[in-house]
Design a binder for this molecule. Structure first.
Ligand SMILES: [Zn+2]
Length: 106
């Protein structure tokens, strides 16, 4: 309830200050919502796993095609439709990874 109120607070403030049609206020609102969402996902991963694991929470794990070790996929990366260019934390080499380990049926 408190978090719902907190995410909607700028809408209420914009309404009170008559900023609802101001383009800069609308840009701020969209950025506020995006940043708030990422922070809430981060807090959720900390609650679930005990530490910040955004990549694992959103993308799962992947198996490196070079060293065959499994690692948590990074949160940020270069995506190309169904592939993601990411660095293996074990062998430090970059690869195009197609699926997470869960999607391969492991
Ligand atoms: Zn590797």
């Amino acid at each position: 309830m408190l978090l719902h109120w907190l995410v909607n607070l700028p809408i209420f403030i914009g309404f009170l200050l008559n900023l609802t049609e101001n383009i800069f206020w609308q840009i701020f609102l969209s950025q506020w919502t995006s940043i708030f969402s990422v922070i809430m996902i981060a807090i959720t991963t900390i609650i679930l796993y005990g530490k910040l694991k955004l990549g694992y929470f959103l993308a799962g794990q992947a198996k490196c095609p070079e060293c065959a070790k499994i690692y948590d996929r990074p949160f940020l990366g270069v995506s190309l439709i169904n592939k993601k260019y990411e660095k293996c934390p074990h062998c430090k080499k970059w690869h195009w990874i197609r699926k997470s380990v869960k999607e391969e049926g492991r």
